[in-house]
Design a protein around this ligand. Sequence first.
Ligand SMILES: [Zn+2]
Length: 254
Amino acid sequence: MVKQFDRGIPLKVIAYEDRHKIVTALTENYGLVSAMAKNSVQSKRFGSALGLFVASKMGFTQTENGEWGHLSEAEVQKTFSGISGDFEKLSYGSFLNEIFLKIAQPGVPAPELFKLYVNALHELDQAKTPEIVLAVVCIVLTKILGWSGHKPNFKTCMACDQSIQGILGAKVTLDFNRVCWVCPECSDPIGLTGSPLFVFEMDFASAQPIKNSLVIIKSDLESLKSGFHFLLRSLCYHLPGLDVNQLQSLRFIQ
Ligand SMILES: [Zn+2]
């Protein structure tokens, strides 16, 4: 097996016997990589490189399906230490790890997912308010929906085509099945109630880098929370294998 080198961030790390770790990392060019890091517990060689929310240059071998290679070296490039030190950021960071573990595939390069994940960690690390923490997560979910071929239709009412900007004072119905909204006049019995401002902000964010979108966020925490649950429900509805009941980190997210 040839050794590969790539940038990677561990999404899950489990202990194996006393001295080893099995690391599942999202890499820039090799998709999801699961590899054994031998003698990595309390190892000077690896240092903090096998921690969550740490980006490293990794050297690993891989089997054809991307499973069970060996991780022989890792050198820290960037530590997002603001995430581990804050309960709320840690909860949402762990949530993102669970989502990326489900959507990234072994042996399938997805550099755009890696970029989205790195940018998300950077913004979570820097976030100053609970609103921004939640907005980062909502923007990531919106972008994942687009990436997976279920781009939200947020510009206009699904039924009558009126623009979201025309009804910013009202409430809209969010439809997770079609990932869209309908205005009060066209109301949809199967939807959730949502804020037009949130819809407008996520529509803007879907076509922008996360950083550029955060400056326009004015939604309050309640609108962001209901929007978060709508986006999560949309994602679970459309992506096979993603089950809201299996997401452990949701227990820490109210
Ligand atoms: Zn309408």
